[in-house]
Structure formats: structure tokens, C-alpha cells
Design a protein around this ligand. Sequence first.
Ligand SMILES: NC(=O)C1=CN([C@@H]2O[C@H](COP(=O)(O)OP(=O)(O)OC[C@H]3O[C@@H](n4cnc5c(N)ncnc54)[C@H](O)[C@@H]3O)[C@@H](O)[C@H]2O)[C@@H](O)CC1
Ligand SMILES: [K+]
Length: 462
Amino acid sequence: MATPVLTAAGMRAAEQAVIASGVPEYELMERAGAAAAEIIWRAGGLRDTLVLCGPGNNGGDGFVIARLLRARGVPVRVAALGDSRTSSAIQARAAWAGPVEAFNDAEPAAQLVDALFGTGLARELDDGIAAQLHDLVSMASHSYAIDLPSGVETDSGALLSPVPHFGMGIALGALKPAHLLFPAADRMTRLVCADIGIAANSSICRLAPPSVYAPGTEAHKYSRGLVAVVGGEMAGASLLASHAAARSGAGMVRRIAADAYIGGPDAIVTDFAKTATEVEHSLQDKRLAVVLVGPGLGRNKDAQARLDVVLKSGHPLVLDADALNILGEIGIAHLPQQAILTPHEAEFTRLFGQLPGSKIDRALDAARRSRCVVVYKGAGTVIAAPDGRAAVASHGSSWLSTAGTGDVLAGIVASRLAVMRDGFQAACEAVWLHGEAARRAGAAFIADDLIERLPEAIASRL
Ligand SMILES: NC(=O)C1=CN([C@@H]2O[C@H](COP(=O)(O)OP(=O)(O)OC[C@H]3O[C@@H](n4cnc5c(N)ncnc54)[C@H](O)[C@@H]3O)[C@@H](O)[C@H]2O)[C@@H](O)CC1
Ligand SMILES: [K+]
């Protein structure tokens, strides 16, 4: 099941709905503290523990955690950053029977619990607070960020001040964008989400592993989807994309190109098309399920003419790389509806300019403007649909930062679209399979290795 992602405001609204149904706010704090204490107990056992409590409800959670860990026999100290300022936090502090040290004087412990700030962080931490938090976290063998690491901006994942690396992030009630978006996501080696009985409904989710279906017994190559990859100046990129498409479930892949490149899998047929008119002729095949253009296309006049016939072909499209660069020059008004666009950061900016908000906001805005599914690539890839759905892929392999992996992703997207016809779902499946193939390829792989891992990645989700 997809895990919902809530912004700070969305979380407050969900909390208010539960409170309106008759659950006191303090009860929610007790639930949050109990869930977090259970996770910490399981991971850290009887280690010496220091709980850092801030002035708001995040600090209140900290007092509950301290009390419950101590009740289990864990040696716990609490250090607070001033007085508690909310009624629930005051209540939680009163229920903690032990002493409260000053934050600035707190000595390190083997286990560190950061309950300084959560979704209510309004600005950067003072230098002294950030430095003390950093020292205490780095001296602990086990460290936990309650709800969020203190110092990260909930909705964007930006670091408002320097934030140390925590062993674990314990999200309360629902994931927030900062749990998945970089650089914040990188500050938690592990991430768990504690259920506190809040119904978290959201059109934004963490990218979930897909359920992939094997072809039916009646299937044949055309029913499984015929993908055309329109090539251009660089044969290698369109070959990589074609090969990736062929290994991702499509029934047949046809490369439409002007080069006479021989090599690559024999299963991929190359249609020799020297001119845009010849490309147009090849695209008249009614059996085509999807056309991919962009990898290796180039940006010269001939590339523009090829792109033009693809845009007018009437087929479902996947547009990547140079197709996006050309569109950045001629404008997105030329886009047909319901294509899938796969821009990396620079291509995204060329297409849509500097949009405001988080990476999720920008992807959703771009999807609405273009009326296309947008796969906004990079660390923390965001897939967004014009109807407001978004999925965020976190913790992809950083080894993907090598030549040709974008061409491979574009090929997988085209293939999954040919198989299932739903753009958003196809893009989500493709991003997941790409990430899984990378995980299986290990370290220092090249784009070609990734393709070889795709059948295993698909088999793992059958
Ligand atoms: N929303 C929910 O459903 C629940 C929220 N809970 C907890 O409540 C948290 C949110 O609580 P709050 O809204 O009280 O917010 P926080 O506890 O995150 O912080 C708010 C407090 O910090 C101060 N502050 C903000 N930025 C500061 C800075 N840079 N330096 C110094 N002070 C600063 C504010 O003036 C305010 O007093 C969540 O992260 C979670 O831990 C849980 O108790 C239970 C359920
Ligand atoms: K925190």
C-alpha cells in the first residue's frame, strides 16, 4: 500500500479532525510518545539515553518518550530548551518525574533522542543550538529524530541550519515531504513511520513497489505493446532506450533511426528512416502503442523536424532529453496532452522556468501546466500527474549518476506505458523498476548493466 505524505498544514488538519472527533490533543501526544518509545526500546534496549525537548509539542513527545523509557528501566536524562509553551507539552513535562537539565549544559549519552522541533520549526536554529545538537548526535551510537530532524523544513526538505545525520527518523502519524526529499532525507539512515491513529489521506504518496502482471495466455507481441523509439544524431542513446524498453515488458520495440548501427539485441528491429518524412511514414503504423523520442535526438534542424512529426503523430508519447530541450526553446504549448515528460533538473528549468515551492510543488505545477505526467528526476524523483497525484521516490542509488541511465529510464517508461496505458502508473512502475535494477546492479555499474537487471526487478514484483 502506498504511504501517504502530508505537509505540515495537512498534518495539522488531520490532527484537528481527530481532536474534533473527541480525542484530546494530549491523548495524541501520548500515542505518539508511546509509539516512538516502543521503536527506540526495540532498537536501543537499555542504553544510557538523553532526550532533548524543545518548547512545543515535539518537546512534549520527548517528555512522554523519556517517561515511558524510564518505566522500562532505561537510564534516561532529559535536557530542555527553555519552558514548555503548549498545554499538552506542559502536561507531558509535569508527568515526567525526573530532573530537567539545561540544553546547553547537557552531557552526551550513548543514545540520543531529538525532540527539539518538528513540524512547527519556523526558522533556522541558533548557531549554538545547532552546534550542541550536532555534537550530541555525533557522540551517540544510536540517534533518533522524533518526527523530523530538528533544523529541516517540513514541506521542502531544505536544511534551515546545519543538521546532523541521525540513525533513525521516526515519523509521527504520516510521512512529511522532508522524509523523502533531499537534502533532509539524507539525514536519516533509517526511516520508520509510527501509527498514531490519524487518518492520513493525501494525493501525495511515497513511491510503492508495483504489482506487475505477467502477459495473459492470449497475449501476442502487438497486444503486449509495440514501442517505437525515434533516434537521431547519437545511435547509442536510442539503442539504450530501445534495449531497456525491450527488457521491460513491451511485446516489441522498433527503433526508427537514420544510422546503420549494427549491434545490440537482435530482437530490436531498426526502421531505416533518413528524413522526417520517412519517420512520419513509419509512425503511421496503427499498431504502435507508444512513441519515445529524445535520447540521442540532437538539437539541429533535422532533430526539430523529427520531433515535430512525432508530436503530430497522435500516439501516446514519452519525451526525454533533447526532445525536452527543443520544447524548452519552442514552448510547451506545442505539447500534446497526456504525454509523459522525464526531465532532469536542467531540462525541467528549461521547460518550466524557476517555479516556486518544494520539488513536489514544482512537479505538480509542471504537470498541471503541461497537462502531462512529469517525472522530475534526480535524487528524490517526483512523479506528478495533472490531476494532482504525486509519488516521491526516495533513497534511489547514487550510482545512477552515470551516463545513459536516463535513456534507460525513458525506455522503461515507454515500455510500461505500452503495457498498461495509464501514464501516472506507468511512470511510477518505471521509476521503481529503474531504482530496483540499480540496487541489484550494486556499485559502479554502467547503464548497460542496469538493463540486464530489469527482468529480475520485474520478476520480484510478479
Ligand atoms: N500534528 C499531530 O498530529 C501531532 C503532532 N505532534 C507533535 O507536535 C509537533 C508539532 O508541534 P508544534 O506545532 O508545537 O511545533 P514544534 O514542537 O515543532 O515547535 C514549535 C515551537 O518551537 C518554536 N520555534 C520554532 N522554530 C524555532 C527556532 N528556530 N528556534 C527556537 N524556537 C523555535 C515555536 O515558537 C514553538 O514554540 C510534531 O512535529 C509532532 O512531534 C504529536 O504530539 C502528536 C500529534
Ligand atoms: K525533532
